[in-house]
Design a binder for this molecule. Structure first.
Ligand SMILES: NC(=O)c1ccc[n+]([C@@H]2O[C@H](COP(=O)([O-])OP(=O)(O)OC[C@H]3O[C@@H](n4cnc5c(N)ncnc54)[C@H](O)[C@@H]3O)[C@@H](O)[C@H]2O)c1
Length: 256
């Protein structure tokens, strides 16, 4: 693949996590400078270890639920890189796995805070930068959990449905300004997050993993790299008429 993103600047939240790291790697390989955003004290070693030789990485530590911190990471991206062409609005948490009657309200609100308010705040501060440029591509991370219900996942599934709604609202506002907003909907991906969810689903996390794999028509989990490929397409100028959509990368799980 040629360096089709040469000269572009990509801001990625949750950049120290599984999907964020794989996406930063791919976008950097295609030529983009990366501004990685993650929680204060995040371990950046995995991301630094996978970026190609000569890639530019600026890190910004911020809690995406804190408005001043969101403004600060956007200001840092602008100050250090001059522009924001791609915004992968991806930080998220899974919350507990519990039936609704046992699901604590504070945990429910925490999941909505990171997965919905965090995405909202990212849009709130990044979009004006893209409007001033007259161009930009935002990719929000939803999930197959944004399309279906899953027992025990009230906070997470609610939040990921909301990301689709937010994506649609945003696209109607941004399209006239030359800015695109889409979301990606990964199925189960081999990652810490799915290990955590599988551990909450059954005492035997491996059995829960295998049961989930069996439900997927592809009969396996996806990889963070398979999500990254979709994000890179939506970020690129090959996707200039893709706006306001949601795109599954789920081994046909949501097609069943
Ligand atoms: N792993 C999966 O199977 C899967 C499937 C569908 C969707 N997703 C979504 O993909 C995204 C990335 O997931 P992942 O698998 O890479 O998980 P991960 O836990 O490896 O990465 C998430 C990252 O977000 C960061 N983060 C969490 N709260 C934050 C906050 N308040 N402020 C700043 N950063 C914060 C974490 O520190 C972490 O580095 C999430 O939105 C997740 O819901 C994941």
């Amino acid at each position: 693949m040629t360096r089709v993103l040469e000269g572009k600047v990509a801001v990625i939240t949750g950049a120290a996590g599984a999907i964020g790291t794989a996406t930063a790697k791919l976008l950097a390989e295609r030529g983009a400078a990366i501004v990685g955003v993650d929680i204060p004290g995040a371990d950046w070693s995995r991301l630094r270890g996978v970026l190609p030789e000569g890639a530019r990485l600026v890190t910004a530590e911020a809690d995406v639920t804190d408005e001043a911190s969101v403004k600060a990471y956007v200001d840092k991206a602008k100050a250090e890189c001059g522009r924001i062409d791609i915004f992968f609005n991806n930080a998220g948490i899974e919350g507990p796995v519990k039936p609704i009657q046992d699901y604590p309200l504070d945990r429910f609100l925490k999941v909505l805070g990171v997965n919905v308010a965090g995405v909202f705040l990212g849009l709130k501060y990044v979009l004006p930068v893209m409007y001033a440029q007259g161009t930009g591509s935002v990719i929000n991370t939803s999930s197959v959990a944004g399309l279906i219900g899953s027992p025990g996942m009230a906070g997470y599934n609610t939040s990921k449905h909301a990301v689709i709604g937010l994506t649609r609202v945003a696209a109607t506002e941004t399209a006239p300004q030359g800015v695109r907003v889409n979301c990606v909907n990964p199925g189960p991906i081999e990652s810490r997050m799915m290990q955590s969810i599988n551990s909450g689903q059954a005492a035997d996390a491996k059995a829960a993993h295998d049961a989930t794999s069996a439900m997927v028509p592809a009969k396996r989990y996806g990889t963070p790299e398979e999500v990254a490929g979709l994000v890179a397409f939506l970020a690129s100028d090959e996707a200039t008429y893709c706006n306001g959509g949601f795109y599954t990368v789920d081994g046909a799980l949501s097609a069943t």
